[in-house]
Design a protein around this ligand. Structure first.
Ligand code: HEC
Ligand code: HEC
Ligand code: HEC
Ligand code: HEC
Length: 436
C-alpha cells in the first residue's frame, strides 16, 4: 500500500451558476479518447516550450505549461510503452504465445495510446506510451484554439473533443478503462496468470498519487483552476470513483463471455491465492449464504458503496446489501446477469443521491461507518481492506484528524503483503481506532 501526504483543500463541490453551465451540464458520458473519432496528433505537438514544454512551471499562466516535462520525467504513464519492452513483459508475452508485448493490441490498448492507424497524426508515436491525448482526447479539432482563453470557452473546447477530466464521473470512466478494463480491453486472469501484476484502483488516491508523482504537479487545483473548472471535494471524487468501479464491474460481468465463464479476473484473487494455513470461513451477510470453498467476486468497491449508503442513504443500505448477497449467491450466468442488473439499478439510485450534493458534511458519518464495518470484521478479504484503507486515509486528512493520521502506518503495515493478509489483525486495529 502506498502512503502519501495530502495537502488537500476542504472546499466543497460547488455547482455554482458558472460551473453549472460548464461542468454540471456535461452529464452525458463522452466517448473515451480511444474511441472518439478525432485524430491524435502526438505528444510532440504539445511539447513546444511556449506550450506545455516549459522547463519550469510558469507563473502568471493559468496552467503550469511544464506538463510535458513533468510527464516525461516523472509520470508513470510516459513509461507505459517502455514497460512492454521489459524482461517481465517479454516473459508475459511468451507465456501468452504473443510475438511480442509491444506489438500486441492486448497490451498496447492500456500501455499506449493505441488508436487505429487512421486516427494517428504525422507526429504520433506509439512509443510515447500513455500520452497527453490518451487522457485529454485527440487534439485534431481543439489544438489550434484551446489556449485562446479570452475568446474560446472551455465548453467550446469540450465540444471540439477535449475530454472532461475534471468531472469525477468522466475521469473515473477514463482511468478505469485501463486500471480495471472495459468491454474492449481487460486485464483478464489469463494475463494475470502469465505474470501481470494485480490491478487495484481508487479514483481519489490514484489521482493524487499520479498528479503529484515524483514531487512534480501535473496540474494544481488552485483557486484559478476551481474557478474555471469547478471544485470537487476529495470525498466526492472518492464516492464517484467507487460507484463507477462497482458499476463497471457489473457491466463486465454482464458481458461475461460464456466460453470463459467464470472470468476469474473479476473474482477475489485472494480467495484462491493465499496460504492454505490461513483458514477463513467468510460468511458475512453480503456473501449471500455461500458455503465455505466457494470463491467470491472481488467486491471491495461494492463494500465501500454499502458503507456510503449506511452513512448517507440508510434507506438504501439494506437494498444494496441484499442485492450484493444475491450477486454472490448467483451460480450460473443467467442468474448472475439478473442479480447484476438488480444491483446496478440500486447503485444508480445511490449514485444519484451521492452526486446530488457534496458529501463533505457527511465525512465524519462515513468514517464512522467505515470504522464500524471494520470493527465488525467486514473487511475479511484483502481487496475490501485495501479499499477501506484508501478511504480512511483520505478521510483522516480531510477531517484533519491527526490521531487517525498517526495510525495510518500501522494500518498500511497490516496490508503490506496481500497474500499474508490477516483479517482479524486488521479488524482489531480498526476496533482500537473506532473505540476511542
Ligand atoms: C490508456 C490507459 C491508461 C489511462 C487512461 C490511465 N492510466 Fe494510469 N496507468 C496505466 C498504465 C499502463 C500504468 C503502468 C505504467 C507502467 O509502469 O508501465 C499506469 C500507472 C498509473 C499509476 C502508477 C501506479 C503505481 O502503482 O505506481 C497511477 C497512480 C495512475 N496510473 C493513475 C491514473 C489516473 C488517476 C488515471 C486517470 C486520470 C489514469 N491513471 C489513466 C494506464 C492508464
Ligand atoms: C486493462 C489494461 C491493461 C492491460 C490489458 C495490460 N496492462 Fe499491464 N498494466 C496496466 C496497469 C494499469 C498497470 C499498473 C498497475 C499498478 O501499478 O497499479 C500495469 C502494469 C504492468 C506491468 C508492471 C509494470 C511495473 O512497473 O511494475 C507490466 C510488466 C505490464 N503491465 C505488462 C503488460 C503486458 C505485457 C500486457 C499484455 C499482455 C499488459 N500489461 C496488458 C494495465 C494493463
Ligand atoms: C493519465 C491521464 C493524463 C495524461 C497522460 C495527461 N494528462 Fe493532463 N490532465 C489529466 C487530468 C485528469 C487533469 C485534470 C482535469 C482537467 O483539468 O482536465 C489534467 C490537467 C491538465 C492540465 C491543466 C488544465 C487546466 O485547466 O488547468 C493541462 C494543461 C494538462 N493536463 C496538459 C497535459 C499535457 C500537455 C500532457 C502530455 C504531456 C498531459 N496533460 C497528459 C490527465 C492526463
Ligand atoms: C477461483 C480461484 C482463482 C481466483 C479467484 C484467481 N485465481 Fe489466479 N490462478 C488460479 C489457478 C487455478 C491458477 C493456475 C495455477 C497453475 O497454473 O498451476 C492461477 C494462476 C495465477 C497466477 C500464476 C501463478 C503461478 O504460480 O503460475 C497468477 C499471477 C494469478 N493467478 C493471479 C490472480 C489474480 C491477480 C487474481 C484476481 C484478479 C486471481 N489470480 C484470481 C485460481 C484463481
Amino acid at each position: 500500500m502506498q502512503k502519501e501526504s495530502r495537502g488537500m483543500s476542504k472546499m466543497s463541490l460547488k455547482c455554482n451558476l458558472f460551473a453549472a453551465l460548464l461542468l454540471c451540464g456535461v452529464a452525458h458520458a463522452a466517448d473515451l479518447p480511444q474511441q472518439a473519432a478525432d485524430i491524435h496528433l502526438g505528444v510532440a505537438t504539445c511539447a513546444a516550450s511556449q506550450c506545455h514544454g516549459s522547463a519550469v512551471a510558469r507563473e502568471g499562466s493559468a496552467v503550469l505549461q511544464n506538463e510535458y516535462v513533468t510527464w516525461t520525467s516523472v509520470d508513470p504513464h510516459s513509461g507505459a510503452y517502455r514497460t512492454l519492452l521489459s524482461d517481465a513483459s517479454i516473459a508475459i508475452a511468451a507465456r501468452l504465445g504473443l510475438a511480442s508485448a509491444h506489438t500486441a493490441d492486448i497490451c498496447l490498448d492500456c500501455h499506449a495510446d493505441n488508436v487505429p492507424l487512421a486516427r494517428r497524426g504525422e507526429r504520433f508515436q506509439l512509443s510515447d506510451g500513455v500520452g497527453c491525448e490518451a487522457c485529454h482526447g485527440g487534439a485534431e479539432r481543439w489544438i489550434d484554439t484551446h489556449y485562446q482563453a479570452q475568446t474560446v470557452t472551455h465548453a467550446a473546447n469540450l465540444a471540439a473533443g477535449l475530454y472532461t477530466g475534471e468531472d469525477p464521473q468522466q475521469r473515473a470512466g477514463l482511468c478505469l478503462s485501463c486500471h480495471l478494463g472495459n468491454a474492449g480491453k481487460f486485464a483478464s486472469h489469463r494475463i494475470m496468470a502469465a505474470g501481470h501484476p494485480r490491478l487495484a484502483f481508487e479514483l481519489d488516491t490514484f489521482t493524487e498519487l499520479w498528479r503529484t508523482s515524483g514531487g512534480m504537479a501535473h496540474y494544481r487545483p488552485d483557486d484559478d483552476y476551481r474557478q474555471r473548472k469547478g471544485d470537487v471535494a476529495h470525498v466526492d471524487t472518492w464516492a464517484a470513483g467507487l460507484l463507477a468501479d462497482a458499476r463497471a464491474r457489473l457491466a463486465l460481468l454482464d458481458q461475461g463471455n460464456p466460453a470463459v465463464f467464470p472470468e476469474l479476473g473479476l473474482y477475489d484473487c485472494h480467495a484462491c491465492h493465499r496460504s492454505m494455513k490461513s483458514v477463513q470461513s467468510r460468511r458475512l451477510p453480503r456473501h449471500g449464504g455461500a458455503p465455505p470453498g466457494v470463491p467470491f467476486l472481488q467486491d471491495g468497491s461494492f463494500v465501500m458503496g454499502l458503507v456510503v449508503a449506511r452513512a448517507v442513504a440508510p434507506a438504501l443500505a439494506a437494498d444494496v446489501e441484499a442485492a450484493l448477497a444475491g450477486l454472490h449467491a448467483a451460480t450460473n450466468l443467467q442468474a448472475r446477469r439478473e442479480a447484476a442488473g438488480t444491483l446496478d439499478q440500486i447503485l444508480q439510485v445511490l449514485s444519484r443521491d451521492v452526486g446530488a450534493g457534496s458529501l463533505v458534511r457527511r465525512q465524519a458519518a462515513i468514517l464512522r461507518a467505515l470504522l464500524d464495518a471494520g470493527a465488525a470484521g467486514e473487511f475479511q478479504d484483502y481487496a475490501s481492506a485495501e479499499q477501506a484503507f484508501m478511504a480512511i486515509q483520505m478521510l483522516a486528512f480531510e477531517l484533519e484528524d491527526s490521531r487517525l493520521q498517526s495510525e495510518l502506518d500501522k494500518l498500511a503495515d497490516a496490508l503490506d503483503d496481500d497474500e499474508r493478509y490477516r483479517p482479524q489483525q486488521f479488524s482489531r486495529l480498526l476496533m482500537a481506532v473506532a473505540g476511542d
